[in-house]
Every structure is written in C-alpha cells, then in structure tokens.
Design a protein around this ligand. Structure first.
Ligand code: ADP
Length: 248
C-alpha cells in the first residue's frame, strides 16, 4: 500500500503535534511545519517518517517551498491539516491594524495560501484538507474581534474549498475546538475562567489535544469518505448550549 503523506502546520506543539503523532501511528509520513524552528526540531527529533520544515504559512514564497519540499521528499500529498494559528485577544479599540493583520495573515491568509499551493497535489491523490477553526468562529464574544473573525473566515473558506474541489474528489472539512487543556491555555486562564468554562460545558471540562487530533485523523481517514464542507465542534457540547464564552 502507498504510504499516505500529510502536511501538518503548527506541528511543533499542541494540537498539531498530537495530530502528527496519531497520523504517524496510522502509518502516514508527516511534514511538520512551524515557524518556531527550535521547538519544531526538538519535537521532531525522536520521530520517524517526518520532515520538519521551519517556515511561515503566511508567506506565499514559504508555502510554495513547503509543497516543493514535500513533493521532493515524498512525491505526493494526501492530507493538509491547516492548524498553525495565533491567538491574540483584545477589544476593538485596542486592535490596531497591525494587530488585526497579524492575526488575519496567519489564521486566514495562511489557510488560503497553504490550501491553494497544495491543491494540485491533493487533486492527484484525491486527498483532503482539514482546517482548524475554533468555537470563537461560530459565536461572537468579547475580545475576539480579530481571532473570532479570522476563524469564522476559516469556516467559510472550508465550504468554498469543499464546493470547488469536490468534483476532483478532494474533501475539505473544519474542526472548531472548544477550550483545550494546552500548557498555554492553562497558563493564561485564571481559575475563575477555568471554573466558568467547566460550568458552561456539558461535559464539565476542557478537552485534550488528543481528543481534537482524533477527530482530525477521522476526517482524514476513508471512514469520512462522504463527509465534506462540514464544521465539527469538538467542544464537550459547549456550542449547543448557546452560553457565551468567558472574557479572558
Ligand atoms: P494549539 O493549542 O491550537 O495547538 P498553539 O498556539 O499551541 O495552539 O500552536 C500553534 C502552533 O502554530 C505553534 O507551534 C506556532 O509556532 C505555530 N504557528 C503560528 N503561526 C505560524 C506561522 N505563521 N507559520 C508557521 N507556524 C505557525
């Protein structure tokens, strides 16, 4: 059987690294992309069948290199997981244009650029795209003017991709994670925020990176062969409650 080849952006840590490990366990080769070269190399050091690439998904020339290096090393692309993202929360009045663009360029431009560059290879392999949005893209809340808008854009972009690439056998889906117990979230979230999330989430807890990665792996698998254009909230039921997100 031909080895599946996945590109995972933002693979140095968190959801991207957890996804990398699951896809490797399933027998795929993984191109790990991140602009934090040091953390990326550390993460990739003990992994087999990976190609770490230190580059910026918001730069068109880097993204062209990403696809060229993947094809040079592995000859194909089956899955593109657009996970690289930045979280920056602030009120509208304090979100100057530079701050707005910094969020948009990675979270939205990055998904567009990587997908566009990988599309010819995905058409050849009848592969798939999985974009990582957020429940902040499904529901407005304070301080998320840039972040939430960028993630809402990712949800719409996923539908555009599904509609246009479907005739080539390429699927595109989106995941909207709820709060995830990453090191970063735990450092930033106060006990009051943690308690508020626990109360608001039907399963009464944060998710784990692996719980998000498992759904990404499912969407990449042949078990999801008739699923495209969808956004799946992986959030312990938070989205269906309609409760607002706590202010950070
Ligand atoms: P999560 O909790 O969703 O996994 P993290 O912030 O822990 O989120 O991980 C996001 C990853 O994306 C980080 O490793 C970060 O370095 C990476 N990243 C952010 N912006 C870019 C970019 N422009 N190009 C490549 N990687 C990026």
């Amino acid at each position: 059987m031909t080895k599946r080849v996945a590109i995972v952006t933002g693979a140095a840590r968190g959801i991207g690294l957890a996804t990398t490990k699951i896809l490797l366990e399933e027998g795929a080769a993984v191109v790990m992309v991140d602009w934090d070269g040091e953390t990326l190399m550390e993460a990739a050091r003990d992994l087999r069948d990976v190609l770490p690439l230190d580059l910026d998904v918001s730069k068109p020339e880097d993204v062209v290199e990403m696809v060229a290096e993947t094809e040079k090393s592995f000859g194909r692309i089956d899955h593109l997981i657009n996970n690289a993202g930045v979280a920056d929360f602030g009120p509208i009045a304090e979100t100057d244009f530079e701050r707005w663009r910094a969020v948009m360029s990675v979270n939205l431009d990055g998904v567009f650029l990587c997908s566009q560059a990988a599309a010819p290879a995905l058409k050849k392999s009848q592969g798939c795209i999985v974009n990582i949005a957020s429940i902040s893209g499904l529901r407005a809340s304070t301080l998320r003017v840039a972040y939430g808008t960028s993630k809402a854009g990712v949800i719409q972009l996923t539908q555009q991709q599904a509609v246009e690439l479907g005739e080539f056998g390429v699927r595109a889906n989106c995941i909207a994670p709820g709060p995830v117990r990453t090191k970063l979230a735990m450092a930033v979230h106060s006990q009051a925020i943690i308690n508020a999330y626990h109360d608001a989430i039907p399963l009464n807890r944060y998710g784990t990176e692996v719980e998000i990665a498992n759904v990404i792996a499912f969407l990449c698998s042949s078990k999801a062969s008739f699923v495209t254009g969808q956004t799946i909230a992986v959030d312990g039921g938070f989205e269906c409650t309609g409760v607002g997100l706590p202010a950070l």
